[in-house]
Design a protein around this ligand. Structure first.
Ligand SMILES: [Zn+2]
Length: 169
């Protein structure tokens, strides 16, 4: 039998790369997609599996066989796809880039990673139903802390600054 004619399970034909930007996507649990889609988008959910596109400029958040869900289809802004400055970094415990900057301005460092790690270790995180990427946010938190550090060290103002400037001399 010609191997190209054998029937594959649906999982094998599911796209690995985003149909819009061609970035490889990471698999997300179905419960993540279900939890974060708005009702209208949820009502058309049909692919058996989905991946998350991390591309900042790409509108696609989840893609599966024959379907995509874009930013407006989700109930939450997606960290990877929003402009840096005021984003929520940790969705489970509501820690924003503003919180990181405020703490660093006040104390010179951020304890967010330690705080989140201890909450994760206490089994209190719910990334699979609260975080668009469906997995732990600590990598994003570390990146946001480094970005905030660079801004502080350069003496510059954070990107997309609004009136919520941390008050420090
Ligand atoms: Zn994409």
């Amino acid at each position: 039998m010609d191997p190209c004619c054998t029937t594959r399970p649906p999982e094998a034909s599911a796209p690995v790369r985003c149909p819009s930007c061609d970035r490889p996507g990471r698999k997300v649990d179905r419960i993540t997609v279900k939890a974060l889609l708005r009702s209208g988008a949820l009502a058309r959910l049909s692919a058996p599996g989905h991946r998350f596109c991390p591309g900042a400029e790409c509108p696609v958040v989840y893609f599966g066989n024959g379907e995509v869900f874009e930013r407006p289809d989700l109930t939450l802004p997606v960290f990877q796809k929003e402009a840096p400055g005021h984003r929520t970094v940790c969705y489970c415990f509501a820690i924003s880039e503003d919180d990181l900057r405020r703490e660093m301005a006040a104390t010179g460092r951020s304890t967010a990673t330690e705080r989140i790690t201890s909450l994760v270790n206490a089994d209190r995180c719910a990334c699979e139903v609260r975080t668009p990427q469906g997995s732990c946010c600590l990598g994003n938190v570390a990146a946001a802390i480094n970005a905030a550090k660079e801004v502080a060290e350069s003496g510059g103002e954070p990107l997309a600054l609004s009136e919520e400037t941390p008050r420090h001399a």
